[in-house]
Design a protein around this ligand. Sequence first.
Ligand code: SF4
Ligand code: SF4
Length: 188
Amino acid sequence: MFGFLKQVGDYSREAAAAARGMTQGLAVTFDHMRRRPVTVQYPYEKLIPSERYRGRIHFELDKCIACEVCVRVCPINLPVVDWVMNKETRKKQLKNYSIDFGVCIFCGNCVEYCPTNCLSMTEEYELAAFDRHSLNFDNVALGRLPTSVTMDPSVQPLRELAYLPKGVVDPHGVPDQERRAGRLPHEK
Ligand code: SF4
Ligand code: SF4
């Protein structure tokens, strides 16, 4: 008799624990049903990168004076500045410039300290490649400007989800002039 009562007690305790677990799980489910969707149908839809996004570096060859400041401020001495001394003009002549994006940590130091502003960070983040050596960009590859998400006709640009108007759940198709809940970086 005592053994039977113990079994019933154990069973009741386990059933109560299971019910508690199920309630907690459903509470999370119901809580998420009221939240905004954060799914972006990439690559058909893309979020517009933020204004200060540090993406692939753009380089302007004609502005570079081969001073190598970018190499000195880089935490891993990454940019390769290939130059020769022009004996006639007695000035450095840039032959090639390259940055390996397989190694770069996108800290932006080189961009910040370049005295002639020939480096800038773009919004390009799609750098996946099958061969890591193809991520070593020379001055030609670095000089290419990326296609902006808002200018690409094959992509539906989505505004940053954080800046959706108050009460709006669906980020798709919200008009640009709609008042936003959050403030953009340029709005004081
Ligand atoms: S700091 Fe700027 S100007 Fe100097 S070598 Fe680097 S990219 Fe060229
Ligand atoms: S972004 Fe940083 S890591 Fe990359 S090249 Fe410039 S300084 Fe070096």
